[in-house]
Every structure is written in C-alpha cells, then in structure tokens.
Design a protein around this ligand. Structure first.
Ligand SMILES: *[C@@H]1O[C@H](CO)[C@@H](O)[C@H](O)[C@H]1NC(C)=O
Ligand SMILES: *[C@@H]1O[C@H](CO)[C@@H](O)[C@H](O)[C@H]1NC(C)=O
Ligand SMILES: *[C@@H]1O[C@H](CO)[C@@H](O)[C@H](O)[C@H]1NC(C)=O
Ligand SMILES: [Zn+2]
Length: 374
C-alpha cells in the first residue's frame, strides 16, 4: 500500500469512527429529533417523529438510540458470556409439577385487563397506566408471598411508561437469569390516541411472564443464582426500554447467565404445523442449542428454526448488542405468525387465537428459569 492510500484510508477511518457529540445529541433531541440506528456498523441518523413513524409503517426495524448512545460509546465492546456452557436438563421431576400449576384462566384475566387500556403506547397516559397496573400486579404477588427475597420495582425512563423488574434473589449474587417481554402496544396509524389492544403483541408474553413469576414465587422456588422478570416499555418505538436496561446492566458490570424473550405466543396460521420457531439471528448459538433441548423436554410442540428476523427485531437484540447471551422462541415461523399486530384488530377474539399454544411458551419459560438458576 502506498503512503497516500494509507493516509486516505486513515482519514476515512477517523471520519467513520467520529462519534456524535453529546452537545449534538442534547441539541437535536431538544428539537424533537430521534437518533436511529438502522444497521450494524452504520452510523445512526437523525429523524423526526413523523419520519420515524413512516419507517415503522414500512416495517423497517431500528434501535432508537437517542437515550443510550452516549453511554454505549463509553462501554467496552465484545461478548459478556458469564458461563462457559449451559447445564444438561436434569430437573424434570421438580419442574413438571410446577408446569401443571400454570393457569390459562389467570393469563386470560390478566390479558383482559391489559387489552382494555385504549393502547399501551410508551408516550401515552394509558401506556403509563398499564405499566403501573403491571407493577402493582407483580408487587401483589411478591408481597402476598411474605418473602423478603422477592421484590418488584419500576425502572423509570425519560418518558412516561416505566418498565417493570421483578426479582427472586439467589443464594449467590450472580449471574442473573432473565425472562423478558414488552408491555407496550402500538396503533401504527395513530400511536398516541388510536386503539391498540396488543393482545398477542405482546400481551401474551407479558401475561406468560406474570404467570411464571406467580407459580415460581408461590411454590417457594429459591434459586441458587438470581432470577429476574422484565416487562419492557417502548419496544415498538425502537427497543427503548430494553436498551436502556441492558446498557445500564452492562455499565454496572452485571453478569447475565442467559436472557430469553417472549414476544407473541398466542397465534399460528390455521392449517400450518404448530411449532416453536427459534430466532436464528442476534442470539447466542449455544443458548439456542440449550433452548432446543428445553423445548423437547418440556413442551408438546416441536421446535423449528425461524427465518432470520433481522436487525433490531425485538428486545433480545438489545441484550445481544450489549454482549449478553439471549434467545427467543416465537409463536410461528415468520409468515405463519399473527397478521393483526400493531392495529385495532390485535385482540383475543380473533378466531385463531390459541391459549393452548401460548401456555406452551409459559412452560418453556418457567423451565428455562428453573433449570438455569436452581
Ligand atoms: C387506529 O385507531 C383508530 C381509532 O381507534 C382505528 O379506527 C384504526 O383502525 C386503528 N388503526 C389500525 C391500523 O388498526
Ligand atoms: C382464522 O383462520 C381462518 C382459516 O385460515 C381464516 O379464514 C380467518 O380469516 C382467520 N381469522 C382471523 C381473524 O385471522
Ligand atoms: C390443547 O392441547 C392439548 C395437549 O396439551 C390437547 O390434548 C388438546 O386437544 C388441545 N386442545 C385444543 C382445543 O386444541
Ligand atoms: Zn412485539
């Protein structure tokens, strides 16, 4: 390579790597602009709220990094796997009786409450109200148990809808096993005021997690390593809540054993084979292998691999970006999944909604937590 070419490349490298300054972020975000990351190794770009909504209507996925960009720049890159390997499945005799305590009527009742909010958009008042209901529901489960090792609290953000985090302490302080789902919903034609029941997306994952938490807490489950349940704000608007939390965990040097997302568990296209579709990208390969063995051990439904979901697909991507191992079983292979999402028609009254399907994801989620943390 000659000197001039090397100099040119060095210059280009500097230009590409130059981070967006904190002053620029403060100024642009005060004007209502949002900083969006549309791909890996691509500098994020500023968009207005209207431009951002247009991208969402076109089905273009992104991380909205406005709040986390500054902190992300300061943190080291690279993988943060806390354990070298995941254990073999070995607790069926303890887990199976717990699976039979998972109640479809409980999940139905909780979903009826969630879908009754006009929407659960992260910037709407009903979005904030629905978050407060989730927090008070899991707090009641914690306090009814009388256990000091079980707690629930809000994780507040710079917008009105807080995320919720419930914890079952371990005998040791880490690494943490996390189950996640997103609490927010969206009506793409009118996010703030439009009707968005969000029954499947992601009311199902939300109530699966509440029910798993209830069964584990009431059964007296005392893990060796800590367990957390996360209900994220603002997933639909660019994975806002999960990025805020994953970045803060990384900043606090929190060790994470494994993360699993449940986002949509209640539908598969009539006539198609009933499966759990495992996400193929932005996940941890060894955790995916582990998930396959969990599904085989604990569900009547077989696993299959989904087609690639792509960049910034759901909350697991926030954990992946932070370097943590994540996995994500989905209701169906993409294309056979719920066509009613992000609209007023995402309800449980669609004829093809199936609790029988959704409960299988609750079983796998409970087994994931038990087997990894006991
Ligand atoms: C959004 O909400 C409005 C008003 O509630 C509703 O009429 C419209 O159908 C919704 N949009 C979609 C895409 O469902
Ligand atoms: C349910 O499935 C049937 C058979 O494929 C289809 O005709 C119908 O439109 C579906 N209903 C909804 C609400 O998705
Ligand atoms: C629900 O699943 C069970 C197996 O767990 C099966 O026996 C039953 O027929 C299913 N019910 C419906 C309505 O699909
Ligand atoms: Zn979703």
């Amino acid at each position: 390579m000659n000197f001039r070419l090397a100099a040119l490349l060095a210059l280009l490298g500097v230009a590409l790597a130059a981070p967006i300054s904190n002053d620029e972020i403060a100024e642009k975000s005060s004007q209502g602009l949002r900083l969006l990351s549309l791909g890996e190794n691509v500098e994020p770009v500023w968009k207005s709220e209207d431009e951002k909504l247009d991208l969402m209507r076109k089905g273009i996925k992104f991380f909205d990094v406005t709040e986390v960009y500054e902190l992300e720049q300061k943190l080291p890159k690279g993988k943060l796997n806390a354990v070298a390997a995941f254990p073999a499945i070995s607790h069926q005799s303890a887990v199976n009786p717990l699976l039979s305590q998972i109640s479809i009527p409980n999940m139905q009742a909780n979903l009826a409450t969630l879908t009754a909010y006009n929407n659960r958009y992260y910037r709407s008042s009903t979005g904030a109200d629905s978050a407060a209901w989730i927090l008070s529901t899991v707090k009641s489960i914690a306090s009814a148990s009388g256990r000091s090792d079980v707690t629930a609290s809000a994780f507040t953000h710079s917008w009105v809808q807080s995320s919720t985090i419930a914890k079952i302490a371990g005998k040791t302080t880490g690494p943490v096993t996390i189950l996640g789902a997103h609490m927010d919903s969206i009506n793409l034609s009118n996010p703030t005021n439009g009707r968005a029941p969000g029954a499947d997306d992601d009311g199902t994952g939300t109530v699966n997690l509440i029910e798993i938490f209830r069964v584990l807490v009431q059964s007296g489950f005392k893990p060796t390593t800590p367990v957390e349940f996360h209900w994220y704000s603002g997933e639909e608007a660019g994975l806002l809540g999960s990025q805020d939390i994953a970045t803060s965990y990384k900043n606090a040097r929190t060790q994470v054993k494994a993360f699993m997302e449940l986002d949509m568990t209640g539908y598969y296209k009539p006539g198609s084979k009933e499966v759990m579709a495992i996400q193929a990208d932005y996940i941890d390969d060894s955790l995916n292998t582990y998930l396959k063995s969990l599904i085989t051990a604990y569900s009547r439904i077989p696993w299959t691999m989904d087609i690639a979901c792509g960049y910034a697909c759901s909350d697991h991507a926030s954990w992946y970006k932070a370097g943590y191992p994540g996995t994500f079983p989905y209701e169906a292979v993409t294309g056979n999944d719920d066509p009613n999402v992000h609209s007023a028609s995402d309800t449980t009254s669609i004829t093809n909604f199936s609790w029988n399907h959704s409960v299988e994801f609750a079983k796998v989620g409970l087994a994931f937590v038990y087997e990894l943390a006991i």
